[in-house]
Design a binder for this molecule. Structure first.
Ligand code: SAM
Ligand code: SF4
Ligand code: SF4
Length: 362
C-alpha cells in the first residue's frame, strides 16, 4: 500500500507499508519504524527531582535556555507535521515541565489538527509533574489533548519531598490527577520512578491507591540518564522484584502488549482491580522495538534517550527551507539511526557523555 505523506508535493511522499508493523512509514538501519515523537516544550521545571535535575547541581535558579533559542509553537507544529508525514502516530508533549510553558493550549490545538500518514487521528498526550493540572486540565482537554501521564513517586510527603527536591505536597498532585480525570483526560497514567533505599516502601501503598483511584500505575526503573543524578546500578530496583512485590499482595497475571514498541510490560490484577505496568529499561532493554524520536526545546532531534548529540532542526526551520527539505532532513536522520544504548549498557557506557533528560525531553 502506498500512502501520501503530510506534505503536498513532498518528493519521497509515497510511503510503503514496512515490515516492522505493516503500516506506512520510514524505518531505521535496524528495521524500526518511526512511530512516536516526544516534544519538549521547555527545559524549565518547578521541581528539582533528585533523579533528574538535582538541586545541589542545578540550584533553584539554573540558567535555562534563552527564549529566542526555544522553538516557537509554529516551528514545533511544522516540525511535528514533518514527523507525522513520515509515520509518527503518537505525540507526547514533555519537558522540563510542559505546563510551565505559557499558552500551551494553543500548541495543543495546533497539534490536535494533525492526521497520521494512514489518515487517523494522532494519539496526543502529555507527561507532567501534575503541579499545575488543577488549573490547566480543562483548557488542555478542551484544546484537544486526549490523556495525560502524571509523575508521582510516593504518597508519603516526606518521601515525595525527598524525590521532588522542593517538598512539593502529595495532596496537590492527587488533586491535579482528579482534575485531569474530571476533564476526561483518561485513562490517567501515573509514572513512579523507584529508587532503592528511597521510595521502595511506597510501592505497595501506591499500587493500592492506584487500584482505587482508577489510574494505571507504571513503575519505572531508575535510569542512568544524564550525569547529574550520580546514577548507580545498586539503586535500581529491578522490574522482576517489583512484580514479585505486587504478586505477594494481589493475584496478578501478564497482559498482552497493546502494540509493538509499547514501553511498559503490562500486568493485570486477577481480581478485576485494573492493571499496572513496569518499564524495565535497565534490566530488560527494549531497544529492538524502540520507535521513539525526541525533539528538545531548542529544536535538536535525538534518536535515543542516551544520545550524545542531537541534529539541529532549528537551523533548518529558520533557514527558509521548504517543507520537503525539512522532511528529507528528518527522514535521513531516521534512516541512519542505529541506537540501542540500553542493550549495550555497562559501567563504561554510563560514563559516556550524555544529555540531561530535562534538556532532551523525557
Ligand atoms: N516534568 C514532567 C514529569 O516529571 O512528568 C515531564 C518530564 S520528565 C523528564 C519525564 C519522565 O521522566 C517523568 O515521569 C520522570 O519521572 C522520568 N524520569 C526522569 N528522570 C528519570 C530517571 N533518571 N530514571 C527514570 N525515569 C526518569
Ligand atoms: Fe522536573 Fe519532571 Fe525532571 Fe522532576 S522529572 S525535575 S518534574 S522535568
Ligand atoms: Fe530507545 Fe535508546 Fe532507550 Fe534503546 S536506549 S529503548 S534505543 S531510547
Amino acid at each position: 500500500m502506498a500512502i501520501r505523506s503530510g506534505f503536498p508535493g513532498y518528493h519521497v511522499a509515497m510511503l510503503q507499508a514496512n515490515e516492522f508493523d505493516g503500516r506506512p512509514g520510514v524505518t531505521d538501519t535496524l528495521g524500526r519504524a518511526l512511530r512516536d515523537l516526544r516534544i519538549s516544550v521547555t527545559d524549565r521545571c518547578n521541581f528539582r527531582c533528585t533523579y533528574c535535575m538535582p538541586r545541589e547541581i542545578f540550584g533553584r535558579d539554573y540558567e535555562f535556555l534563552p527564549r529566542d533559542q526555544v522553538l516557537s509553537f509554529e516551528e514545533i507544529a511544522r516540525l511535528a507535521r514533518a514527523f507525522v508525514g513520515l509515520g509518527v502516530e503518537k505525540l507526547r508533549i514533555t519537558g522540563g515541565e510542559p505546563l510551565v510553558r505559557r499558552d500551551l493550549p494553543d500548541l495543543i490545538s495546533m497539534l490536535a489538527g494533525l492526521r497520521s500518514a494512514g489518515g487517523t487521528a494522532l494519539d496526543l498526550t502529555l507527561t507532567t509533574n501534575g503541579s499545575a493540572l488543577r488549573a490547566l486540565a480543562r483548557p488542555i482537554a478542551d484544546a484537544g489533548l486526549r490523556r495525560v501521564t502524571v509523575s508521582l513517586d510516593s504518597l508519603d510527603d516526606a518521601v515525595f519531598g525527598a524525590m521532588n527536591g522542593i517538598d512539593f505536597p502529595v495532596a496537590k498532585v492527587l488533586d491535579g490527577i482528579a482534575a485531569a480525570q474530571d476533564a476526561g483526560l483518561a485513562p490517567v497514567k501515573v509514572n513512579m520512578v523507584v529508587r532503592r533505599g528511597i521510595n521502595e516502601t511506597s510501592v505497595l501503598p501506591m499500587a493500592a491507591w492506584a487500584r482505587d483511584a482508577g489510574v494505571i500505575l507504571r513503575f519505572i526503573e531508575y535510569m542512568d540518564v544524564g550525569h547529574s543524578n550520580g546514577w548507580r546500578l545498586d539503586e535500581v530496583v529491578p522490574a522482576r522484584e517489583l512484580v514479585e512485590m505486587l504478586s505477594s499482595a494481589w493475584p496478578i497475571e501478564p497482559a498482552d502488549p497493546l502494540y509493538r514498541g509499547e514501553v511498559a510490560d503490562r500486568w493485570r490484577y486477577a481480581d478485576g482491580g485494573g492493571e499496572f505496568g513496569v518499564i524495565a529499561s535497565v534490566t530488560q532493554p527494549f531497544c529492538r522495538d524502540c520507535t521513539r524520536a525526541r525533539v528538545s526545546a531548542d529544536g535538536k532531534v535525538y534518536t535515543c534517550l542516551f544520545a550524545v548529540d542531537g541534529h539541529d532542526a532549528r537551523a533548518i526551520l529558520r533557514s527558509g527551507a521548504t517543507d520537503a527539505e525539512l522532511a528529507t532532513f528528518v527522514e535521513e536522520i531516521w534512516a541512519r539511526r542505529g541506537d540501542r544504548y540500553s542493550e549495550l549498557r555497562s559501567a563504561a557506557t554510563s560514563r559516556l557523555p550524555k544529555v540531561e533528560m530535562f534538556a532532551m525531553g523525557g
